[in-house]
Design a protein around this ligand. Structure first.
Ligand SMILES: Nc1nc2c(ncn2[C@@H]2O[C@H](COP(=O)(O)OP(=O)(O)O)[C@@H](O)[C@H]2O)c(=O)[nH]1
Ligand SMILES: [Mg+2]
Length: 202
């Protein structure tokens, strides 16, 4: 999708603020600092649509972004990151409630789980993928910050994470928000999931 217009629609602190269903929705999930805001910005060719920072954010908000290109409209949903050390049980539960309620939406056509290429897969990620599979939600995994490793090490790491996630290579994307690597390929998968294009080999 060639994005002509991208803007924030609403940031929701509770499910009651979620907008009524509109265009197809694609959601982004991942641990704090995984590179979610950077990837979102890269996908829509905006430097600052989603805020990026080197310090993990603390607010738990579900951000709805509206994208328009040609005749197509799509919503990108930025879900709050997880995985802070020392969060209270209450905070954890409120994160879970917000995210689970979002992921129940019928207008959701794909959830993209982000994973830092250099980190190991934790139970947070495997449980999320299982949960999505149980709900029949189409899920993809985007490995982030691949520019941080040299090609040989990178290829090995991609294989290791593919095995750790136990998913097909077709659902795994090696990306870099810095160099733009993997962005076109991920876009194609998003378009297929959103019914904007037919599946083709890549
Ligand atoms: N080298 C490199 N750094 C990245 C990449 N994506 C994000 N970062 C850095 O990782 C940190 C966290 O990024 P951010 O997008 O704010 O993560 P978020 O908390 O998941 O939204 C920032 O310092 C980014 O500059 C990438 O593809 N390559
Ligand atoms: Mg962020």
């Amino acid at each position: 999708m060639k994005v002509d217009r991208a803007e924030i629609l609403i940031s929701c602190a509770s499910p009651s603020q979620f907008p009524a269903a509109g265009p197809p929705e694609v959601a982004f999930l991942g641990r704090s600092n995984v590179g979610k805001s950077s990837l979102l910005n890269r996908l829509v060719h905006r430097k600052k649509l989603a805020r990026t920072s080197s310090t993990p954010g603390k607010t738990r908000l579900v951000h709805f972004f509206e994208l328009e290109g040609g005749n197509a409209r799509l919503w990108f949903i930025d879900l709050p990151g997880y995985g802070w050390a020392r969060v209270s049980r209450k905070e954890r539960e409120s994160w879970q409630r917000l995210v689970e309620r979002y992921l129940e939406r019928d207008s959701l056509c794909a959830a993209i789980l982000l994973q830092d290429l250099r980190r190991d897969v934790s139970e947070d990620e495997t449980l999320l993928l299982e949960w999505l599979a149980e709900r029949n939600t189409h899920s993809l995994v985007a490995l982030t910050k691949v520019d941080k490793l040299k090609p040989m090490r990178r290829a090995k790491r991609i294989r290791e994470l593919k095995d750790a996630f136990g998913i097909d290579r077709e659902r795994l994307f090696a990306t870099s928000a810095q160099t733009g690597e993997g962005i076109d390929t991920l876009w194609r998968a998003i378009e297929v999931a959103a019914g904007m294009r037919r599946r083709t080999s890549r």
